[in-house]
Design a protein. Structure first.
Length: 340
């Protein structure tokens, strides 16, 4: 196998807060190979965004980051100067966030912002060429009347169109890696589908590897090659997308899958994981999922399960992963099916 494009080993991030030290991310390993789409899923607060922000060192100064290895294309990101990092951000690594209004500059036209991204990272300083490229990019991401709209400001764009403009900026310099953090969460459902389809097209055209952060397993099924399931700042399970959906081996993943709506049956309970994620300033001893786990035993309350291989390219952090082989996720959560 080729070398990974991105290699993260032993990433831990804490924040000192009034409520104590928050263990936002603990012992995360994540490698991404060229061209693949890796989804990071988990409930709110599970550490997805903090993991992604760590890559390009975009966390606030209050974050304490401890990382064994952090390499992009074999280069140590931790050793890079701020200036070197700036040339990576928006160049070989494109970023797309949930709310484009926080990233787009309200007093610059959309075209100027795309052209600026092009000029910043490419040898051309030719403004006309950069503007022409902005129109091409807007066209590529499906913004109608691109020649006119390139002169408009972000507030003149709808939410879906702004997200398209963000994607145009992210792919402007033909990136090797795209980081998309909940790129469609703020959009209406119909627009979400369009923007996801566009992201998939942009990914296919640029061949960029993609880290897609989402809490939506439907999006994962649609988009991802590989899935990393996070719980309480740790990786609970990781596998190829088909393997994970067909043969989940962690009770948390099974809970997420059991809560997916299905076409063929009604279920009498759509949110089967009882309880809430733990307070990361005071995480439980042992397995962080044990207070909510239908399988929890004494050992889980005192010892933390390591992330272990359970099948080819499939890892689970559950002591009892063997017992879970072949178990239906809904059965594990005691869910009754009410046939429609
Ligand atoms: N600047 C900060 N100061 C203190 N705690 C923080 C800070 N940023 C994140 N955290 C904490 O780190 C943990 C992980 O947050 P993160 O944003 O990565 O979660 P997430 O999985 O991306 O959630 P969401 O889906 O809501 O975005 C949370 O407990 C969060 O409160």
């Amino acid at each position: 196998m080729s070398d990974p494009l991105l290699r993260i080993e032993n990433l831990s991030v804490t924040f000192d807060t009034d409520g104590g030290t928050v263990h936002a991310v603990s012992d995360v390993d994540l490698s991404v190979w060229p061209g693949e789409i890796v989804a990071i899923v988990g409930e709110s607060g599970s550490g997805k965004t903090v993991t992604a922000m760590s890559i390009l060192r975009l966390l606030p100064k209050t974050a304490r980051v401890d990382c064994g290895t952090l390499e992009f294309r074999g280069e140590n990101l931790q050793a890079m100067s701020v200036r070197q990092l700036r040339s990576v951000r928006g160049g070989p690594v494109g970023m797309i966030f949930q709310d484009p209004m926080t990233t787009l500059n309200p007093v610059m036209t959309v075209g100027e912002q795309i052209a600026e991204a092009v000029i910043l990272h490419q040898s051309t300083k030719d403004k006309r060429a950069a503007r022409a490229r902005a129109v091409d990019l807007l066209r590529l991401v499906g913004v109608p009347d691109a020649e006119q709209r390139v002169r408009q400001y972000p507030h003149e764009f709808s939410g879906g169109m702004r997200q398209r403009a963000m994607i145009a900026i992210a792919i402007a310099n033909d990136p090797d890696l795209l980081i998309a953090d909940e790129p469609t969460t703020a959009l209406d459902v119909t627009i979400q589908a369009q923007v996801l389809a566009l992201l998939k097209k942009a990914q296919a055209e640029t061949g960029a590897a993609t880290i897609l952060i989402t809490h939506d397993l439907g999006v994962v099924a649609e988009m991802a090659d590989r899935v990393v399931v996070m719980y309480a700042g740790r990786i609970a399970e990781t596998a190829g997308v088909r393997e994970l959906f067909a043969r989940p081996r962690h009770p948390y993943t099974m809970g997420l899958l059991a809560s997916l709506p299905r076409m063929d049956v009604d279920v009498d309970e759509l949110d089967p994981i009882p309880g809430n994620p733990p307070n990361l300033a005071d995480p439980p001893a042992g397995c962080p999922f044990h207070p909510r786990c239908p399988l929890a035993r004494d050992r889980c309350r005192t010892e933390r399960p390591p992330l272990e291989p359970v099948a080819k390219d499939h890892y689970s952090a559950c002591f009892f992963h063997e017992e879970l082989a072949g178990v239906d996720a809904r059965t594990l959560y005691g869910q009754r099916e009410v046939t429609a």
